[in-house]
Write a protein that binds this ligand. Structure first.
Ligand SMILES: CCCCCCC[C@H](O)CC(=O)SCCNC(=O)CCNC(=O)[C@H](O)C(C)(C)COP(=O)([O-])OP(=O)([O-])OC[C@H]1O[C@@H](n2cnc3c(N)ncnc32)[C@H](O)[C@@H]1OP(=O)([O-])[O-]
Length: 621
């Protein structure tokens, strides 16, 4: 929907108006494999707040042309040969009759809200009038996409054909059959007898549900995303007025959002940046894709067990080695899959197949023939060196060795290896079964081709190759500094619930103390001990930060090592929601400490901004 397209559309609408008498029907079709990708997101990225009036006029201009075509009095048929998203689906909705090619890859719908926008090209007004205020919500507010079959069930597509070449003949046949039938040239909502499915907001039942809708939405968005709120408002306000007014309401909300910083940020992150990641921006260009056949994991703690699950769930034969806990580590995969089996999301056969891929063992000889071995033992240099030397000889020819360390420099760990050029860091994130990111770290001697991107678990691009320029790694210092600030705040006497809630208010999915519990406070202490040791070897003394000292007290003095070991900043009562450890109040809170909520929010966000800037400065990709 670039400017050129807008001009062409206006001209086409003027032309059909002139030629009205000689037109029997209109076919909307695409010459590309995609029907239409919607608004020009690059153009949206260039808009500034001051462009609001211009953007409003453009949106209204587009919709005027849409309206000219659909109210011309002739049947309009949309031939949907492929995906139609956002403004593209709104173009499809011009058609009174919609025919789609059967293709499981085709996607229809309104992804605008995920980009900080709303379907303001008629999408909200039309979907609400077609489906009703409640039924339209998942498609408008949650951007639920759908394929041709679902569209047909919803009455949004009227015919499905087997191949693209059948679209035009079917459209022509429809137009021929529709001659003399005024209803075939009219939308449902333009008919005199139109009633909104389920009723308008004046219906007491709908009004009752709508009265709680903003609160439900706010609970999900925490008030941080303007688009879903604007979409809900446009749906409800539009349902109370005539069609043309509803369309204008939509345009106003959309113009505001299209010229906002929030939309620019979301489009850049969730469309352009995500596309370049998926397109392999961080991957070595010439290297072919590589998937290990057999992976060994050393250590069946929280990380090792999670990594074993992630490998097996990708169909990779996995040897899970631990002196004592290998069976327990495999049981973790059983627990994860059983939940899915119980919910009917996985068959027992598939569960059995996945579990059969994990071989628990206490013996290093079972690692023989692995083409990748990942050590996931404690953050202790001696232990890591020992397991590396024990397991490395078992590697298949050409295989390589990886450390899941989150903090220790890879080049240093690689000195224990007989093949430092085949030694990399592969850092999974906790909880491994949920986190999509895998960080790959190149040591000073790692051969670049070791980094041919591993299809370990995540989809393409969920991998960062950050080299070892940071001496430590990309994510960990990031998390570390963030958490340190937060731990530090607790040490300053600021109440834990205040820190947790304000972090959520600035958009973090869970509070920072909860994150620290998940990643284990004991891990932070292992790292601290190792750092002190490293400094001592160089004749120096490491000055721990207040945050580090606080976590050390939690683990060593209060015996609170984190979630996996029973509790940390939180208690985890069986079968109930976690609650902050009540003693945090008596042990850390200082009565009379003064703090400003805005300051705390700023401290949380500035830290992220500073760390991100540092990553950019240091060339981390
Ligand atoms: C003032 C205007 C008023 C408008 C009123 C209506 C408002 C409307 O409700 C708002 C929207 O539509 S919000 C929009 C809602 N729409 C969406 O969210 C749909 C976004 N698009 C998609 O999801 C995918 O492109 C498709 C699934 C359509 C095709 O997938 P595929 O076949 O794998 O193709 P691919 O590899 O993905 O793309 C090829 C190239 O095209 C590029 N490009 C694509 N779409 C673009 C766009 N809209 N923009 C700009 N560029 C777009 C893409 O970056 C890439 O460029 P590169 O330089 O070569 O890298």
């Amino acid at each position: 929907m670039c400017l050129q397209w807008q001009t062409d559309l206006t001209q086409a609408a003027e032309q059909v108006l002139k030629d009205k008498a000689s037109i029997q029907g209109i076919i909307l079709a695409s010459a590309k494999s995609t029907f239409f990708a919607g608004a020009d997101l690059k153009g949206v990225m260039r808009s500034q707040a001051s462009d609001g009036p211009r953007v409003f006029t453009e949106i209204e201009g587009i919709k005027k042309a849409f309206r000219t075509i659909e109210t011309l009095g002739v049947p309009v048929v949309s031939c949907l040969n492929g995906t139609a998203l956002g403004g593209g689906w709104e173009v499809a909705l011009i058609g009174h009759h919609r025919i789609a090619t059967a293709n499981p890859k085709t996607q229809f719908g309104l992804p605008e809200v995920t980009l900080g926008l709303i379907p303001g090209g008629g999408g909200i007004t039309k979907m609400t009038r077609q489906l009703g205020l409640l039924a339209a919500q998942p498609y408008v507010l949650e951007s639920k996409l759908f394929g041709p079959e679902e569209a047909q069930k919803l009455g949004l597509v009227h015919e499905i054909v087997a191949s693209d070449d059948q679209l035009r003949p079917r459209a022509l046949a429809h137009i021929a059959a529709a001659q003399g039938q005024p209803e075939a040239a009219q939308h449902l909502w333009d008919r005199k007898d139109y009633k909104m499915p389920g009723g308008t907001p004046s219906n007491p039942k709908i009004a009752g549900m709508l009265s709680v809708a903003p609160a439900v939405l706010k609970q999900k968005t925490r008030g941080l995303y303007p688009a879903p709120e604007a979409a809900l408002a446009a749906m409800v306000e539009g349902a109370m007025v005539d069609f043309d007014t509803a369309m204008r309401i939509e345009s106003r909300y959309l113009a505001g959002l299209m010229t906002s910083q929030v939309a620019r940020n979301m489009i850049n992150t969730f469309f352009f940046n995500m596309n370049s990641i998926k397109g392999g921006q961080s991957r070595p260009k010439a290297a072919p894709r590589y998937k290990p056949q057999k992976v060994g994991i050393l250590g069946a703690g929280m990380m090792g067990s999670g990594i074993a699950y992630s490998q097996a769930s990708r169909g990779i034969a996995t040897v899970l080695k631990d002196r004592e806990a290998a069976e327990k580590g495999k049981a973790y995969s059983h627990k994860l899959t059983q939940k899915r089996v119980d919910k009917g999301r996985m068959t027992a056969d598939k569960q059995a197949a996945l579990l059969s891929l994990i071989q628990p063992t206490a013996s290093a000889s079972d690692l023989k023939g692995c083409d990748l071995i990942i050590e996931a033992v404690f953050e202790n240099r001696e232990l890591k060196a020992k397991v590396t030397q024990e397991a490395e000889p078992m590697l298949a020819e050409g295989g390589f060795f990886a450390s899941n360390t989150s903090t220790l420099p890879i080049s240093g760990l690689a000195t224990a290896s007989a093949n430092a050029n085949k030694f990399v860091g592969i850092h999974f994130f906790s909880p491994v079964d949920k986190m999509q990111l895998v960080e790959i770290i190149r040591g000073a001697q790692t051969m670049t081709r070791r980094l041919r991107v591993l299809r370990l678990r995540a989809g393409p691009g969920q991998v960062a190759d950050c080299g070892e320029r940071l001496a430590r790694f990309l994510y960990q210092p990031y998390l570390w500094h963030l958490c340190d600030g937060r731990r530090g705040m607790l040490g300053e006497g600021i109440p834990a619930p205040v820190i947790e809630n304000l972090a959520m208010q600035v958009g973090m999915p869970v509070g920072p103390l909860a994150v620290l519990d998940e990643t284990a406070l004991s891990l932070s202490v292992h790292v601290l001990d190792q750092t002190r040791e490293d400094f001592a070897k160089e004749g120096k003394t490491y000055q721990a930060t207040p945050g580090e000292l606080l976590v050390e007290r939690m683990v060593k003095e209060h015996k609170r090592p984190g979630r996996a070991a029973g509790g940390g900043f939180y208690d985890y009562p069986a079968g109930q929601k976690k609650v902050l450890w009540p003693e945090l109040k008596t042990r850390f809170e200082k009565s009379g400490v003064s703090y400003s909520q805005q300051d705390i929010k700023d401290r949380l966000l500035y830290r992220q901004a500073v760390e991100t800037a540092r990553c950019l400065q240091e060339g981390v990709c």
